[in-house]
Ligand binder design. Sequence first.
Ligand code: F6P
Length: 319
Amino acid sequence: MKRIGVLTSGGDAPGMNAAIRAVVRTAIVNGMEVIGIERGYQGTLDKAFRPMGMRSVSDTVQRGGTILRTARCADFVKSEYQDVAIANMREAGMEGLVVIGGDGSLRGAQALSNKGFPTVGIPGTIDNDLEYTDYTLGFHTACDTCLEAIDKIRDTSSSHDRFTIIEVMGRRCGDIALYTGIAGGAELIIIPEVNLTFSQIKKELIDASHKGKTSGLVVLAEGVCSADELMKYLQRETKLSVRATVLGHQQRGGSPTMRDRMLATQFGYHAVGLLKKDIGNRVVGIRKEKIVDDDIDEALALPHKFKKELYKMANVVSQ
Ligand code: F6P
């Protein structure tokens, strides 16, 4: 391939810039030109294309967000829009594409691949909800951001003998809550994969207070319910002092951790290596610390598996 495109799509994730940088520099070193596509798939429809040279990605490896901007393009699920995107990219001389994004974005990459436009996906989302890879880009940084907040909230919760519910991101996948709940020493972790009723949650907290806990943290994934709703229920139904904090979009920003910068660089380097060999229709990932690539259809068809052992361990160490 002589020229490839790169775009970031969906919710941004720390490390996206480091991935763009790796794609641009690896491609140029291998004699290919790179076109940056702005605002995800929307940019393929608007022809928001800009050539990217070596220096266009200088000073970006440490920056959060995405220099290419991102968007959620609802129209892109429609076949006719995908055809326009392919025609526009071909007209601009692109022969392949690297898509950096989460589940929905990689489904766009799958559609382009299936229509014959060689595309390689890089899993870029804080949610860690793609089964084929052990980790997605941005998850580690987002968890560190949560942990910093969780540790601070613990200080004030214990000073006030209080239980605080901390709502973190994660609609269908509770990994952010699970990992930060374990690492932050939460009394209770509430995730979409485990069906806990409000009365069970109440019982857990009352039991904790009977066991001598005067304060505690509940890490709640946003996909279950709102922290506010749960707080109001517990305030009404118990004598415990309960507060709620929503961490929100700060989880998506900030400078990527070393681990995310490494992942980003390895993913970007590997993705271009595939396109250089004219191999598309793949997604890159990491399994057992090894960078891998898989067939895009097979990878995206894998059902989400709940990390039961981690959840079980969390319940033991929170006693
Ligand atoms: O990037 C994924 C995600 O962070 C989800 O966890 C969250 O629900 C969603 O994006 C929110 O995105 P936005 O507010 O940008 O629509």
